[in-house]
Design a protein around this ligand. Structure first.
Ligand code: PNS
Length: 165
């Protein structure tokens, strides 16, 4: 049976840290599904369709990486996809508490699904979509933090939303 892993997240937008985790997961699993969570309670900078589109472009070199989106419980989504593994990247100690809570809840909801954590490569240990958006909002340089093709889109979107400070 093919080993399928789901790498879930908001990806608003995808960063080079996410891509590092995707590449490394792709080396381990037969198939990796990058699943964009459509969170109705949060107003993202990029609509779900745009996040999916950017991710698809960013991972196009990997044949066994698929990009999809989901609403509702992550464990329900994994069952639909017949996947048994959730991949999450772990940066600093500060990530641990919320990741521990999520993994424990997912275990309670579906005991046959495992969460595995990958330590982020040290060069991306400080990186998150939020900090990239913050730096960009002050017109700081985000080169090497997100894929090149997203940089202009990020600044355009911040400008459209009147978020450039
Ligand atoms: O990139 P993020 O925002 O850290 O990703 C969080 C995400 C999408 C993985 C998490 O919020 C999630 O799995 N949401 C789906 C809803 C769910 O299953 N919640 C219960 C278990 S945490």
């Amino acid at each position: 049976m093919a080993k399928i892993a789901v790498y879930p997240g908001s990806f608003d937008p995808v960063t080079n840290g996410h891509l590092d985790i995707i590449e490394r997961s792709n080396n381990i699993f037969d198939k990796v599904i990058v699943a964009v969570f459509n969170n109705h309670t949060k107003k993202p900078l990029f609509e779900m369709e745009e996040r999916v589109k950017m991710l698809k472009q960013a991972v196009k070199e990997y044949d066994s990486v698929e990009v999809d989106c989901f609403t509702g419980l992550l464990t329900t989504y994994l069952k639909q996809k017949e996947a048994k593994v959730i991949v999450r990247g772990l940066r600093a100690v500060s990530d641990f508490e919320s990741e521990f809570q999520m993994a424990s809840m997912n275990k309670k909801l579906a005991s046959d699904i495992e969460t595995i954590f990958m330590m982020t490569s040290t060069e991306y240990a400080y990186l998150s979509s939020s900090i990239v958006k913050e730096v960009a909002s002050f017109e700081g340089c985000v080169r090497d933090l997100i894929p090149e093709f997203i940089i202009d889109r990020l600044f355009d979107r911040l400008r459209e939303r009147d978020l450039l400070i």
